[in-house]
Write a protein that binds this ligand. Structure first.
Ligand SMILES: Nc1nc2c(c(=O)[nH]1)N[C@@H](CN(C=O)c1ccc(C(=O)N[C@@H](CCC(=O)O)C(=O)O)cc1)CN2
Ligand SMILES: [Mg+2]
Length: 287
């Protein structure tokens, strides 16, 4: 029978443990980790994610501040806020919620965040460290996927992992982490040929393309572990619901284990942001 990988449950236990670690950190250092969350504009999904991030930060025992800027914010104004947060010693982690409104440059703002406060792990210095296998701040979604994979499979050495999608936020860092865990890693993307046949070879299949239910049951090797990173809103019968990049019902018939959407990778992303914030605070007070 297919095993459901419950991201909600795993993330709750991660945050519970983190709250214990945070209390100990505060007792030893007299420093409370501080997380600053920046949201530009009023994208409804981003508002939900930011609200959850602030809520989880409080549950973990951090100080958290939310900075909301209007949709029409210019680059100079956003840069000024990030620079102010960079130089604030009570802030150990900074994240700017993506996507940004079209007039703003995401690469520019990511480069501006102090690498030691970059709890998203998106700064080029942290990306380079990840590629070299010695990163401290790891992008949250791939980190969450790795926690779920390790809990499900234990040692991942020698497994063939196929990552569908090559985004900077998920696909590329996911592949780097799987490689570091001694998997044989294949990345497929929109220009790849015979994606289905490659997916069918996977012991671990990670779908991160943003295409509703693209991965069908016939694409999956029996017994494979399937991690669905997609969160797509679709309309059916006049109702809006969330589906992943994986056709859940079909794939559940074939896979050995699978993450649901919602309740899989999403909650793990937020739990891992909290882990990164404590890591960032530890590093900053030890220098
Ligand atoms: N600065 C960042 N921006 C974005 C990131 C990121 O890691 N850093 N990732 C995504 C959005 N994201 C976090 O920010 C995120 C997405 C989804 C979830 C989540 O828990 N989803 C729920 C469903 C929520 C719903 O009902 O809409 C689930 O899957 O169960 C958490 C975080 C892009 N931007
Ligand atoms: Mg833009």
């Amino acid at each position: 029978m297919t095993r459901l990988i419950d991201g909600k449950k795993i993330s709750a236990s991660e945050v519970e443990q983190l709250a214990v670690d945070t209390r100990q950190f505060i007792a030893e250092s007299s420093v409370t980790p501080g997380l600053a969350v920046v949201l530009v504009g009023d994208d409804p999904a981003s508002q939900v994610y930011v609200r959850n991030k602030v809520k989880q930060a409080t549950a973990a025992g951090f100080n958290s501040t939310e900075h909301r800027l209007p949709e029409e914010t210019g680059q100079a104004q956003l840069n000024a806020l990030v620079e102010q947060l960079n130089s604030d010693p009570s802030v150990h982690g900074i994240l700017v919620q993506l996507p940004l409104p079209a007039q703003l440059s995401e690469p520019e703002i990511i480069r501006l965040i102090a690498p030691e406060k970059d709890v998203d792990g998106f700064h080029p210095q942290n990306v380079g460290a990840l590629a070299a296998g010695n990163a401290e701040l790891i992008p949250c979604t791939p980190m969450g996927c790795m926690i779920m994979l390790r809990q499900t499979l234990g040692d991942l050495s020698g497994k063939h992992a196929v990552v569908v999608g090559r985004s900077n936020i998920v696909g590329k860092p996911m592949a780097a982490l799987l490689l570091q865990a001694n998997c044989t890693v294949t990345i497929v993307h929109s220009r790849s040929q015979d994606i289905e046949a490659i997916c069918r070879q996977a012991d671990i299949l990670v779908a991160a393309v943003g295409r509703p239910e693209m991965i069908r049951g016939s694409w999956v090797k029996p017994g494979a572990t399937v991690i669905d990173v997609g969160i797509n809103a679709v309309e059916s019968g006049g109702r809006r619901r969330l589906v992943g990049d994986v056709a859940f019902n079909e794939v559940s018939e074939v896979a050995g284990a699978i993450t649901p959407v919602p309740g899989g990778v999403g909650p793990m992303t937020i739990a891992c942001l909290m882990k990164n914030t404590l890591t960032a605070a530890r590093q900053q007070i030890s220098v």
